[in-house]
Write a protein that binds this ligand. Structure first.
Ligand SMILES: Nc1ncnc2c1ncn2[C@@H]1O[C@H](COP(=O)(O)OP(=O)(O)O)[C@@H](O)[C@H]1O
Ligand SMILES: [Mg+2]
Length: 286
């Protein structure tokens, strides 16, 4: 982190704290993108100013789920071809979206001058957002780890399947050992019901707490619900297209819990997050 960012955070003179929640899973197809999109909509309806960053560089599909066809992505900002304001698009329910179809490799390869320019760009955003939700890629690649390491919270999405649990365990293990992450939020998606979800959470929680010495907090579950895939086909968040569906009711409850909970890690403005992201990249390459 730059000295000025440290000073503004310590002095409390910087922008209001931005909460950055990285949504990650290890395993693909567990519902990260849908959870991110719908949590964003729900938090926005709770009065928070929300932005989502599509960090699934290989399979960027947040825009598809939100029914958007963005022209530019974070890549154009990194290359200095577009301003961040031009790249951001308005999504449903007042949610803003930063498409990032590709570009993380470029982020870690930025020259010091490019970094300064980018930090200036995001400076304009500071104070205009309460929550940034980051939709991560599947797997445990370095870019997934960077985003979680830089975020104030990591929301781990699991399903009751054993493979989802082992992949989530691998992700948590790396975040704990490499970045000293100790607290994780966990939600269970596609559960048959509350007992099924809680059993899955307990299985993961027991081994993670015992062998990794981390703390997992259970935020709740979203049931398996056909309304979710129907809404994906219509390119609308289920929360808006089928608000009375069991999945929507559960997602709204989840958002209330996320909104009411204090952040697990240090908060700062958008610049603070970006600095942490760049530092995590630097630390990993070293
Ligand atoms: N609660 C749910 N019930 C039924 N299907 C779901 C649920 N959540 C997600 N899905 C389906 O699972 C698929 C994968 O979801 P997605 O959000 O793209 O996962 P990820 O981003 O983790 O790869 C989607 O096609 C979606 O329709
Ligand atoms: Mg996804």
């Amino acid at each position: 982190m730059s000295e000025s960012a440290v000073t503004s955070v310590l002095a409390g003179t910087g922008a209001p704290p931005l909460r950055v929640i990285a949504v990650a899973s290890g395993k693909g197809g567990v519902g990260k993108t849908n959870v991110t999109a719908n949590l964003a909509v729900a938090l926005s309806r709770l009065g928070q100013r929300v932005c989502v960053l599509d960090a699934d560089l290989g399979l960027a599909n947040l825009d598809v789920v939100l029914g958007l066809t963005p022209e530019w992505s974070l890549l154009h900002v990194l290359r200095g071809e577009r301003g961040l304001a031009e790249v951001m698009v308005d999504g449903p329910a007042g949610v803003r979206v930063i498409p990032a179809a590709s570009g993380f490799e470029e982020l870690t390869a930025l020259t010091p001058a490019d970094r300064m320019r980018l930090l200036d760009e995001v400076d304009a955003l500071d104070g205009s957002l309460d929550v940034l939700l980051v939709d991560s890629a599947a797997g445990i690649s370095t870019n997934v780890l960077y985003f979680s390491a830089a975020a104030t919270d990591t929301l781990v999405v699991i399903t009751p399947e054993p493979t989802a649990l082992t992949d989530a365990y691998a992700l948590i293990k790396l975040l704990a050992s490499r970045y000293g992450r100790r607290e994780f939020l966990v939600m269970v998606n596609m559960a048959a019901g509350s007992a099924d979800a809680e059993a899955a959470f307990q299985r993961l929680g027991r081994v993670a707490e015992r062998f990794l010495r981390v703390r997992l907090e259970y935020l709740g579950y979203v049931p398996f619900d056909d309304a979710v895939s129907q809404c994906v086909r219509q390119q609308q968040p289920v929360l808006l297209a089928a608000p009375a569906s069991p999945a929507s009711l559960a997602l709204a409850r989840l958002a209330e819990r996320v909104g009411a909970r204090p952040p697990s890690g240090p908060t700062g403005g958008m610049q603070f997050f970006l600095q942490r992201l760049l530092n995590a990249g630097g630390a990993c390459r070293a």
